[in-house]
Design a protein. Structure first.
Length: 280
């Protein structure tokens, strides 16, 4: 298997860490970004020059361009760019502060958009490559208590769908990955809770808070298996448009899409009724 070079944001934990460990173990090079350089000292010590690490906060757009440009300049060709960094924000829309809203959007949506934009000139210049965008089951279905998180994930999926079409002539493949629940530390370390408003105790939004606060809950998904599928997807041609991972993800997305299709089909006559009459 030919050695590839990967650029992955957020390799300190979760899927980013799993992907990085598997890639380094098989001999690929990884350019990884973290907010705290010390957290990957063990990987740097074990794999040496195979791991290139840079500090990056994806809410800092100029820094994204600086780090991406430096990675391509120093490593040459980068075959795969993985947009992984992000976090969850849970709370009813009214419970969120303006600062929380801005930071969630800047991290999950704007940061991912700018990472792709920063990478595209390099991928075009080298004649192609792959982009993998981490989304979630929450990029196709929505639950009370996750309004801003869903806004960022539905937003990035729309962006990526359009970009996928725009860059196809340049031999750049683009894939959206939609994992369900996985046994990473995401739920307990990468989810932020809004301040509770008593009025919402009777709202379905309160259930999302309870799920996050339940420290005994165990997700069904195996993150190592999921990471391996993401890695293997780069060998598929053309690049898969979407990859759903986890039985919970499949069931939830299937139900959401089926319901939306039924609602659309019920409005077929209404939709057509707004057209101008056909001439002739």
């Amino acid at each position: 298997m030919a050695q590839r070079t990967w650029f992955i944001t957020g390799i300190s934990s979760g899927f980013g860490r799993h992907m990085t460990e598997q890639l380094l173990e098989r001999g690929d090079r990884v350019a990884g970004t973290v907010r705290n350089l010390d957290v990957v000292d063990d990987l740097k010590e074990k794999y040496g020059d195979l791991l290139w690490v840079a500090h990056l906060d994806v809410t800092d757009t100029p820094a994204i361009y600086t780090v991406v440009n430096r990675a391509f300049d120093q490593l040459g060709t980068i075959d795969v760019v993985v947009s992984n960094a992000g976090y969850g924000l849970i709370g009813a829309a009214e419970e969120l502060t303006d600062e929380q809203i801005t930071h969630q959007i800047n991290t999950n949506l704007v940061g991912s958009i700018q990472l792709v934009r920063a990478s595209l000139p390099h991928l075009r210049a080298q004649g192609g490559g792959r982009i993998i965008q981490l989304s979630t089951v929450g990029g196709q279905a929505a639950f009370a208590g996750g309004s801003l998180y869903h806004a960022t994930k539905w937003g990035i999926e729309g962006f990526i769908e359009a970009v996928r079409q725009e860059v196809a002539p340049f031999h750049i493949g683009v894939t959206i990955v939609e994992p369900g629940g996985a046994r990473t530390n995401f739920r307990h370390h990468s989810i932020k809770l809004a301040s509770r408003m008593e009025a919402y105790d009777i709202s379905p939004a309160a259930q999302a808070r309870k799920i996050v606060e339940d420290k005994t809950a165990v997700s069904i998904g195996d993150p190592a298996k999921m990471a391996a599928i993401m890695i293997d997807s780069v060998d598929q041609h053309p690049a898969p448009k979407r990859i759903a991972l986890g039985s919970d993800c499949y069931q939830v997305i299937h139900q959401a899409l089926t319901g939306r299709l039924q609602e659309l089909e019920a409005q077929e006559e209404l939709a057509y009724s707004t057209d101008f009459p056909k001439e002739g």
